[in-house]
Design a protein around this ligand. Structure first.
Ligand code: FO1
Length: 308
């Protein structure tokens, strides 16, 4: 069985790590959101690609979920003393990744190639692919303004009320051509934010259409547990858009591309409602607090899908 993990940042990376501990590296590939990517201080920063890379190589800051562990911040301190822009925190080790990427992109390499070079240098065997080599940028429409992703997420800490999402460039961007979709048996939508992490990937029309045709092989892992986001603003955004913050809303969001959902054991009360909507429902413990629970979740997904 071969799996394509469809992945945003922190939540998706945790499940990808679980899979990497549960199954042979040839059996999983990971496609990652690049809608969060942006130019900052002259550097090309790809937060979700880096979160997945650092997580899979056990080099992530586990407390924050992003950035490097045992990080130092000398550059940022110096920049601050010059009155430079420090709202987006770039650690010294992390900086090397952005410099390496920016330099190689400027030499004409594709993001896919640079991502492979970086993940190889971190000793990662699994393939990690950016969703596209073309630029796609997420913007959040709020009551007052249209914000770029990192302004919304980091500068304003997800506080503005979101009313819509724009994935600039998605109409013309191509889904990563290195990813041979027919080679996968199952497509796992990781427990990342549906709107801002998975949304940009599904905004790539051909990929979404492909998933629609493979609907029975597409499996959602809910980012909502016990009516709350596992992490981040998923629950807040569902409510702002007028939906309940429940696994039912997650299922409805992905309704066009999947009829299979993993929900947490704490959400058993929604089983009947999901079944009535035509969903095959799988139960598991979705909270991944350490390496054991990450692997356990991957094991549970693999075994339940092999039985179905
Ligand atoms: N998230 C924050 O909340 N604050 C930061 O200053 C910040 C810096 C940062 C630097 C590099 C990187 O790869 C990620 C970083 N993140 C930061 C995380 C990132 O903004 C988000 O986790 C993702 O874009 C959402 O998936």
């Amino acid at each position: 069985m071969k799996y394509l993990l469809i992945c945003g940042g922190v939540g998706g990376a945790k499940l990808a790590l679980g899979f990497s501990k549960a199954i042979d590296s040839n059996s999983i590939d990971i496609v990652v959101n690049t809608g969060d990517d942006f130019n900052h201080l002259g550097l090309y920063v790809c937060p979700d690609l880096d979160t997945v890379t650092y997580t899979l190589s056990d080099k992530v800051d586990l407390k924050k979920g992003w950035g490097r562990s045992k990080e130092s911040w000398q550059m940022l301190t110096e920049l601050d003393s010059m009155g430079g822009d420090t709202w987006f925190q770039l650690g010294d080790k992390d900086l090397a990744t952005h410099i390496y990427r920016t330099f190689n992109l400027s030499k004409g390499k594709k993001l896919t190639e640079v991502t492979k070079d970086i993940k190889d240098s971190f000793g990662i065997k699994e393939n990690i692919y950016p969703m596209s080599d073309d630029s796609v940028s997420t913007f959040i429409k709020t009551k007052k303004d249209i914000l770029s992703f990192q302004e919304y997420f980091v500068k304003y800490k997800c506080e503005p009320t979101a009313s819509d999402f724009v994935f600039k460039g998605a109409i013309t961007a191509s889904f990563n051509k290195k990813i041979k979709l027919d080679t996968y048996d199952k497509f796992i939508i990781c427990p990342s934010n549906p709107f801002i992490s998975i949304g940009p990937i599904l905004a790539l029309r051909k990929f979404k259409d492909y998933l629609k045709n493979r609907k029975k092989d597409v499996v959602i892992v809910s980012p909502i547990v016990n009516d709350r986001s596992i992490k981040g603003p998923t629950s807040k955004i569902f409510k702002e858009l007028g939906f309940n913050s429940t696994v039912v809303s997650v299922a409805n969001y992905y309704n066009e591309v999947s009829k299979n959902i993993f929900i947490d054991n704490k959400d058993k009360k929604y089983l009947n409602e999901l079944n009535e909507l035509g969903f095959n429902v799988y139960l598991a413990d979705l909270i991944m607090k350490d390496i054991k629970t990450k692997k356990n979740l991957a094991d549970s997904i693999i075994s339940q899908l092999s039985e179905s």
